[in-house]
Design a protein around this ligand. Structure first.
Ligand code: SAH
Ligand code: SF4
Length: 441
């Protein structure tokens, strides 16, 4: 989601005549988009900004800014932590970042600043603006990519007891379907073959609209997108068991463009912990949904998020999480050590778990997850898969990388296909998380 929001900001700078650079020394404006979900992410962003601001050889007029969740949550207090920061903009202000930074840079260039500034301009902009959910809609002009993220809603109203997102991202607001359709049509005209729909609880898209013929607004959006000629693949992230009904399970039977992968956060396998987390479902409901989806789409790959060391998590609770992982046989899982977040209910709970136990459980669960994930990948050797060829492999630009419908990366010889093509491959080898394939000519 942050990547997508950053893309919106970058596209506005490009439209204003700026260029993107990967080189910090060259940049006149440096923005860091921030995540607040875990404390580590915030500390990393603050640390990086501190280093950037302290560069002795930097151009003195550089505009430094923070965007996103940490800005929303910490606001102007960030200026006390890193005084040289100029701009702090929140999660409903992405569309204003360009205007604010451009004006500041131009005034500094006009002033002809030659001495390093010790203190920034300290502009803080975190207010709510109506319609902001529809402001994440521009994409970078063709970068040769064949996949794109599409933001379909903003915010979250769930109040999971551990989570800072409702306070940083605010209430749920969905975009009009017609705007989303238009955006995707334009992407397809520019060579995009695959879109990933984004929302904190993406299946709650349009939650206030009544179901039509038993189909939720989200499922109707999937059906409408499915009709777009030239769009080959549809993904979405992240779904939540709440509001995940049979119509969405059924969608896997009649929407072939819907990819055979779902990232479906489980958080915990213990009902007691789920209740303390204020996740409004029992683990059995989650497991049953996974099994129903697999019945609808037998090759479905399922990945998940799991928190270990939530306050009060006993060995027994943890064992239930492990058992759930064994039962579902996830294709992969992100395991997070519980991180207390400011102004959340869980941060004030007694029985906080010590770091040693969190680390032990993290390590132990990672072994289980990796064993299962590796076995599932190895089982694909010898099979035929269809991949979308995305571009050069990151590790070896001589080769190409594509992805299966299950979202598994496959490396193929560099001269065997065109970027953006969807081709059949035979999987010949598997090393850990990477598959290698050959292309039949
Ligand atoms: N909206 C998504 C999750 C978004 S946050 C959902 O509800 O499914 C991404 C992941 O970060 C969560 O799934 C959770 O596993 C993890 N997370 C959130 N808050 C956390 C915290 N305080 N400590 C550790 N992990 C956390
Ligand atoms: Fe956070 Fe829960 Fe909302 Fe996901 S559903 S963003 S975990 S509050």
């Amino acid at each position: 989601m942050n990547e997508r929001d950053s893309e919106q900001v970058a596209s506005m700078f490009l439209a204003g005549g700026y260029e993107l650079t990967q080189d910090e020394a060259e940049a006149d404006i440096i923005l860091i988009n921030t995540c607040s979900v875990r404390e580590k992410a915030e500390l990393k962003a603050l640390g990086k900004m501190g280093l950037l601001c302290a560069r002795p050889t930097a151009k003195p007029w550089v505009v430094y800014g923070f965007m996103g969740c940490m800005s929303q949550s910490r606001g102007a207090s960030i200026f006390r932590e890193v005084p040289r920061v100029d701009v702090v903009t929140g999660t409903r202000q992405y569309h204003n970042v360009y205007r604010i930074c451009n004006r500041l840079l131009r005034s500094r260039l006009e002033q002809g600043i030659t001495e390093p500034l010790r203190k920034g301009a300290h502009i803080c902009s975190t207010e709510h603006e109506d319609g902001f959910q529809n402001a994440i809609r521009d994409h970078l002009p063709s970068t040769g990519s064949c996949t794109a993220f599409v933001s379909i809603m903003q915010g979250c109203e769930m109040r999971c007891s551990y989570c800072i997102v409702p306070s940083t991202r605010g209430e749920e607001c969905s975009r009009p379907a017609a705007d989303i359709m238009q955006e995707v049509r334009e992407l397809v005209q520019n060579g995009i073959k695959e879109v990933t729909l984004l929302g904190q609880i993406v299946n709650r898209y349009g939650k206030d609209e009544p179901a039509v013929n038993g189909r939720s607004a989200f499922v109707r959006l999937l059906e409408d997108l499915h009709e777009i000629d030239g769009l080959e693949r549809i993904r979405f992230t992240s779904p939540h068991p709440i509001g995940f009904r049979q119509d969405l399970v059924n969608a896997y039977t009649y929407l072939p463009k819907l990819c055979s992968h779902i990232h479906f956060p489980m958080q915990s396998g213990s009902d007691r912990i789920l209740q303390l987390m204020r996740r409004p479902y029992k683990n059995e409901k989650y497991l049953k949904l996974c099994e129903d989806m697999r019945a609808a789409r037998p090759d479905l790959a399922i990945t998940t998020d799991i928190i270990v060391g939530f306050p009060g998590e006993t060995d027994e609770d943890y064992a239930q999480t492990k058992a759930a992982v064994e039962r579902i046989q996830f294709d992969n899982a992100f395991i997070f050590q519980y991180s207390p977040r400011r102004d959340t209910v869980a941060a004030a709970m007694e029985n906080q778990i010590c770091l040693r136990v969190k680390e032990e459980r993290n390590h132990d669960l990672l072994e289980v997850v990796n064993r299962i994930a590796t076995a599932r990948n190895h089982a694909l050797v010898g099979s035929q898969q269809t991949i979308l060829v995305e571009g050069p492999s990151k590790n070896n630009p001589e080769r190409l990388q594509g992805r299966t419908s299950q979202n598994k990366p496959v490396i193929i010889p560099g001269d065997s296909a065109e970027i953006g093509s969807i081709i059949p491959v035979r999987i010949t080898e598997c090393t850990g998380f990477t598959l290698y394939g050959e292309v039949k000519k």
